[in-house]
Design a protein. Sequence first.
Length: 245
Amino acid sequence: MRISERIFLVGSGKHGHEMTHRLDCNVYLLDGGSELALIDAGSGLAPDQIVANIERNGFDMTKVKKLLLTHVHGDHGGGAYFFHKEYGLEVIASTEATPWLERGDKEKTSIGAAIAAGVYPEDYHYPPCPVARSVSEGDRISVGELELEVLETPGHSRGHVSFVLEHDGVRTLFAGDVVFAGGKVVIQNIWDCFIGEYADSLDKLSRRRFDRLFSGHGPFLLSEAWRHIELADAAFKRLDIPPNL
């Protein structure tokens, strides 16, 4: 599904558009001209559906060179190994989350807790995946003729990053699970979800005045995304909690 000149939605599960496996996050394809990149990888369950959507939009998987992960929860990072193994994608993750992905660490990725809670099936497997590049605040990632900035945005999880694309005068945020349309967030009873860090991340994002918001679940926003981000930030500043997705 083409959602802007350079961005396509190629995966989305039960909390989004039901395009692919129900446990998938929103998976975006970024067209940088000479090369393409995926932002997040989905759950790794039926990843061929994501591939089919990429090809249905007229792209060849041989042009997809990079996989940028916002964080390594199963619905975002579980498919990383498939895309690395089958198509040779260069996997990029935050410096903090890199060892968890490379070990397939069930505790640090909260997979164990999610299976125990019934979020994932008991036989869900999170395969270890090598990381080609670890990134931190302020790093830049080239995708063909485009360049993205890395922002560290913990709160929903440790090792969470967001990606900023500024192109043709439009400022776009690939937000993973840090903020959603309507000023919503995802606060969960897991080891690395910290309200104080969440509030700091929303304060940081609200200062950037983003035009477009492409989150890890739910609808995407094509204008005035800053209004939605400000709603979440304002709730934290009132010592309140924004609505949960």
